[in-house]
Structures are given as C-alpha cells and as structure tokens.
Design a protein. Structure first.
Length: 369
C-alpha cells in the first residue's frame, strides 16, 4: 500500500480497507479520522468518464454516523440546524446545515429519520459527535448521542440501480431520491438510501456491523463484473461540474449557510428556534456580502486548488477559487468560488490568479456547470 500516510491507531481503517488495497488504491486522504480512498485510475479523467458511463463502488465509511435517540432527539437536532425538521418523515433523508451561535457552519450532514425519536446524522469532516454531546449535556436533554458501528458503502453511476436490483431485488427501484428502505443481507437488516456524493445516480448502503464489510464488498464486486464495475471515490471533476460543495473547501465555520447558497434550508421567520437564529437573521437583514458561484476559465489545464486562488476584477480582489480542475467534457477549467456581491452576476468577466502568477481569464456562471 502506497498511501503517503504514517499509519497509526489515530487514523482508522474501514471495514472495506483490505478490499480497497487489493484492487489497487493509489492513495488515501483522511476524513473524520478515517481513511478515504483518493484515486484508483491513472488519471482523474479516466475515473470521471467511467463514473459517467458505468458503475463504481466507493468506500465512504468516513461519512461517520452520529446517532441521536431518545425523547429529546428531535429537539436537539432542531436546535443545531436552521432547517425545519418538524415535518420530516420516517424513511426520509434531509440535507441539513448545522451552525454555531454565530451562524457559522459546523457541518452539512444528511439526516436520516429512523423513528420519531431516532436519527442518524451522516456527517462531513468535523466532530459533530462532540458538538451534539456538548449541547445535549448543556441543555439537560433526555437523549443518547453516540457513534454506531455503521459504515456506508456507495454504489454510484448510471448502472447502479440495475446492479443493486440484481443483488437485492426489484424493490430497490422503488426507493425515491433521498429516501431510504431496508434490505436483507447475510441474515441482517440493512439500510439503503438513494443518495450519494455524485450527480450520476446511485445508492448508499449504511452497513450496520463492520464484521460484514468484506462480505458486502465481495458480493457487489463479483456481481458487478458484468456491469463493468470499478473501484472509485468522489471524483473532483464530477463534483465541481455538479456544484457539490465540500466541507473544508467551499465552507468552514467561517462561512454561514446564506453565503454558501443554502438559504433554502434556513427558516428564519422565528417559527422555529435554533442556536444560530439571531445571527443569521442579522446577516440576512444586513445583506449577504458574498456567495458561491461557478467560474469557467482558460489558461490551460489547471492544477488542483490546494489553497484559495484570488479572483480579480482589475486591481481589485473580489473573491477566491476554492476548488478547481480541468473539465474534459467542457474543455475548460471549472471552479467553485466565493464572490463579492458586486461581482457575482452571471457573465461577469474575472481574472483567476493561479500559482506561479499564471493569470487566466474567466467568467461567472451558474451551477451546476
């Protein structure tokens, strides 16, 4: 294994890591203190075209679950998020921003409602478990907050539904987008959702029981051979083209959900109460100062954006590129950016200041690309 990491108990392996190594992973990153494969194909473009055409199996165990259950479970979750969860239904997935008292984004997980008093938060890369525990103790709530032994395995791509229907039965096709149901696997009941970190369609199996990981991987892998299955991982080209944001890149605690374009998930009329309500109301009344936009720019094939790249209009810095890559489909560089209000209109001409003072001409465009 050539992962470039100094492995220790501080970095957790997943139930699928042995299989990931077997199929030739080319490196790892770390999310939520756990391994996330970052490459299998020789180039990100090869992986991109395969994902858009066939089907891939992704180890996304790093999407750790924060389990919240008990009489006050709903109350705790509502306190953490500006999204109104009061009308949520069992079997539904909800994308919810989680904020602090200043309206800063702590995380942007998917909420899965298992029962009226039982939820999972499928989290991005920050310690939501500790945040939720602290709030529950401080508020004196009757609730249990813990991390269950649940490790998601994603099956993504246009052939994902056919593959999983062949394995688990035709009922898989009836699962609606951002809904979940239950499947039988190895004598256990497992949750499967129509969701995933791509725009190509697919499912995520929330495997409860890490001892079953290799068995689940093997079943999908073997059946998937006739579907041209490949190991994969979240693809940077596809993510940026699809306008999918990454916590830690497009947003951190320094950002609020309104500037990240998540205003539709924020109920600020006072009908619900949550920890960042007053702060977000103030931000809204004062006016949003910047917002996420797409940027299409030239300058040859850009490198990946490991640090923000300044966006200029004349001599004025008006924003930052937060993620960028060459798009083989559009034959141009594509980027996600935070742009000042005066310059975020569609078609605005900008200059992108890439490394080594490489200046590229670009324009503001709608998302997704």
């Amino acid at each position: 294994m050539s992962d470039g990491l100094n492995m220790s108990r501080r970095i957790r392996r997943t139930p699928y890591t042995s299989r990931i190594e077997k199929v030739g992973v080319r490196g790892f990153s770390v999310v939520n203190h756990m391994l996330l494969p970052k490459a299998f194909q020789p180039t990100v473009e090869e992986d991109y075209w395969h994902l858009r055409t066939h089907v891939q199996i992704w180890d996304v165990s790093c999407q750790r679950q924060v389990e919240i259950k008990g009489p006050d479970a709903g109350r705790l979750i509502q306190w953490m998020t500006p999204r109104d969860i009061g009308s949520s239904k069992i079997g539904q997935c909800l994308y919810i921003p989680i904020t602090d008292v200043d309206g800063g984004l702590i995380n942007d997980p998917v909420l899965l409602k298992l029962a009226e008093d039982h939820f999972w938060l499928s989290i991005a890369d920050s310690d939501v478990l500790l945040y939720a525990k602290g709030l529950s103790i401080g508020m004196g709530l009757d609730v249990i907050v813990e991390e269950p032994d649940v490790s998601p395995l994603a099956v993504q791509g246009p052939k994902a539904e056919d593959l999983l229907a062949k394995i688990f039965g035709e009922n898989v096709r009836d699962i609606g987008f951002f809904k979940f149901d239950w499947i039988d696997f190895a004598g256990t009941r497992q949750l499967i959702a129509r969701s995933g970190y791509s725009r190509q369609g697919g499912f995520e199996i929330y495997l409860n029981g890490s001892h079953l990981g290799e068995q689940l991987w093997d079943m999908i892998w073997e059946t998937g051979q006739s579907f041209n299955i490949s190991p994969g991982c979240p693809n940077l080209i596809e993510r940026i083209e699809g306008g999918l944001f990454s916590y830690g890149n497009e947003m951190t605690r320094e950002n609020n959900p309104l500037e990240i374009g998540l205003g539709k998930y924020c109920k600020l009329d006072g009908s619900i109460d949550f920890i960042g309500l007053k702060s977000l109301q103030n931000i809204l009344s004062e006016g949003i100062k910047r917002q996420i936009r797409g940027v299409l720019f030239n300058g040859g094939r850009c490198t990946t954006c490991s640090t923000p790249w300044p966006i200029m209009v004349g001599d004025k810095k008006v924003g930052d590129i937060t993620s960028a890559i060459w798009s083989p489909r559009l034959e141009a560089n594509v980027g996600l950016s935070l742009i000042d209000r005066e310059f975020w209109k569609m078609g605005q001409i900008v200059a992108v200041q890439m490394p080594e003072n490489n200046i590229a001409s670009g324009k503001i465009v709608k998302l997704p690309f």
